[in-house]
Design a binder for this molecule. Structure first.
Ligand code: OAD
Length: 239
């Protein structure tokens, strides 16, 4: 444990499940109710923008009624207290989640690799602006005035954000922890292999074994609100 200095954590929808936000691939998940090709690709947006904007307007409204849970809180606590336990140690949190529950729980060294529901992206001037309201009525971009805002979500076929920062942090990592993600979507799903390549220890915390479970040195299975606080407590107490 003492040899661990820098920690990289990758989270997915399972971290927010107990806050009441649907996951994607579990039974009853979002991709059972909606076809990815209808709502989560640039082609879908070009073909039927109303359908896509309505889908994300509903999701944006829904997350604003949800609260961070004990797993989000524990990860924020780890980031704040880890440098007291290991001077100079860092915690980098990379999330695939487009909700703002990690932000609201207090995580600061946080990368939203798949975008954020509470941002809009102007396809006319390329600005990203904080956004909480619907986009269906095609509001003007606050920066340039053109009604060309879209959800700031990385759709299938688009490049995730800040990959250079993510790989940079991964190269420095001594421990890589994957939490609440099925390991079905690349490049996020490949980070565990990158972690192994740089000699980091790898740990999975998930409700059940994920698709990539075999790549991890260790796995602990259970609900995020239980396994994550328990693991954080262990890390901070030096267990
Ligand atoms: P998935 O829905 O694919 O996987 C969720 C994972 O969380 C599964 O492995 C579940 O077993 C686990 N899980 C469910 N409830 C849990 C709980 N209470 N505690 C712990 N684990 C739990 O979601 P992601 O892996 O996040 O992309 O999906 C990756 C990407 O695919 C998403 O970012 C999204 C989606 O298409 C975009 O929207 C761009």
């Amino acid at each position: 444990m003492t040899s661990i200095r820098n920690i990289m954590i990758l989270t997915g929808a399972g971290v927010s499940a107990e806050s009441g936000i649907d996951t994607f691939r579990d039974s009853g998940g979002l991709w059972e109710k909606h076809r990815v090709e209808d709502v989560a690709t640039p082609e879908a947006f070009a073909r039927d923008p109303e359908l896509v904007l309505r889908f994300y307007d509903m999701r944006r409204a829904a997350i604003q009624t949800k609260q961070p849970n004990a797993a989000h809180a524990a990860l924020a606590r780890l980031e704040a207290e880890w440098p007291e336990r290991v001077p100079g140690g860092t915690v980098t949190l990379v999330t695939q989640n487009v909700d703002d529950l990690h932000d609201r729980a207090g995580s600061r060294n946080l990368i939203h690799m798949h975008g954020e529901h509470l941002n809009a992206w102007c396809t006319a001037c390329d600005e990203r602006v904080p956004w909480r309201a619907p986009l269906l009525d095609r509001p003007a971009c606050p920066a340039c005035g053109v009604p060309a805002l879209r959800p700031d979500i990385v759709w299938f076929g688009e490049m995730p954000y800040r990959m250079e920062d993510i790989y940079g942090a991964l190269r420095e990592a001594d421990l890589f922890v994957s939490i609440g993600t099925s390991g079905a979507v690349y490049p996020a799903a490949g980070l565990v292999r990158g972690a192994r390549d740089v000699g980091a220890r790898t740990l999975e915390l998930n409700l059940e074994p994920s698709q990539g479970s075999a790549w991890f040195d260790e796995a602990r299975h259970g609900p995020a609100t239980q396994v994550v606080p328990a693991w954080v407590e262990e890390m901070l107490s030096g267990g």
